[in-house]
Design a protein around this ligand. Structure first.
Ligand code: SAM
Length: 243
């Protein structure tokens, strides 16, 4: 897989990927990361990348032609990536659709992803409508730029690539992998600040441990994320577990 970042701040992105699983996945040849700076295509003497918004108002808006020039340089301009192709050009956008674990799974099967990172007041709307296949948000809050959202999505995708994590079964219990939150985890010591590890986890009874974990996962989701719980597909055993 090839992951490109179109960003005014390449140094915010590439060094952050030189750690942990993203680093190991790159070293193993599972993924390659590249960054392209739209400023490199600016033509005026100040190397401007933004301008005032038409209609007035605060802030500056990143200009679409420089994003197009960056996409052309890396061969990801419109026409090179139909929406159903194995390449996606993703605008990082707080007004976009919320990125979920399902997206991470779907994107982990692509050949190429290009993240377009906005800054300042945002990007000219025509970057979204003419240049990108998707507009995705990482949450209902506004960050300074698209670099952190692009890194979040990259991390979520790369850890799902076959071979990126030693034991792929570890994904199965992750929060959001089956629409529920993950169960609590414990390791040594047995006692910590007056709290003990639940007896069932020490019992060696794998069936009971699995039932306990499933119940905790259901209870946690119901308590912390009623929105997810409402959409969860519960089995008759789940209903029994919740009592
Ligand atoms: C300060 S924000 C612009 C916010 C924009 N004026 C709005 O109200 O939607 C600058 C850039 O950060 C990125 N960004 C900020 N928050 C984000 C989020 N929650 N998800 C994805 N990208 C985000 C986007 O690329 C955005 O263009």
């Amino acid at each position: 897989m090839l992951i490109d970042f179109v960003t005014l701040f390449p140094d915010m992105v590439l060094p952050a990927l030189e750690h942990s699983i993203t680093k190991r996945a790159a070293l193993a040849g599972l993924v390659e990361f590249r960054a392209t700076n739209p400023r490199d295509f600016a033509t005026d003497k100040h190397r401007s990348v933004d301008d005032e918004p038409y209609g007035g108002g605060p802030g500056m808006v990143m200009m679409a032609p420089l994003v197009l020039a960056a996409l052309e340089k890396i061969g990801a301009q419109p026409g090179h990536c139909a929406p159903n192709s194995r390449t996606r050009v993703v605008l990082t956008d707080p007004a976009g659709r919320l990125f979920t674990q399902n997206d991470a799974q779907e994107f982990s099967r692509l050949d190429r992803i290009v993240f377009v990172c906005g800054h300042y007041e945002g990007l000219d709307e025509r970057v979204r409508t003419c240049l990108c296949t998707d507009a995705l948000s990482v949450g209902d809050f506004v960050l300074t730029g698209g670099e952190l959202p692009a890194l979040c999505m990259t991390d979520a995708i790369v850890r799902l690539l076959p071979g990126a994590i030693g034991d792929p079964a570890s994904h199965e219990d992750d929060s959001h992998s089956d629409g529920l939150l993950g169960h609590p985890l414990f390791t040594r010591p047995l006692e910590f600040m007056g709290e003990s590890v639940p007896d069932v986890l020490l019992s060696g009874n794998h069936r009971e441990i699995a039932r306990w974990r499933r119940r905790k996962s259901l209870e946690r989701t119901r308590q912390s994320r009623p929105d997810l719980f409402a959409g969860a597909k519960l089995t008759p055993q789940d209903v029994d577990l919740l009592g």
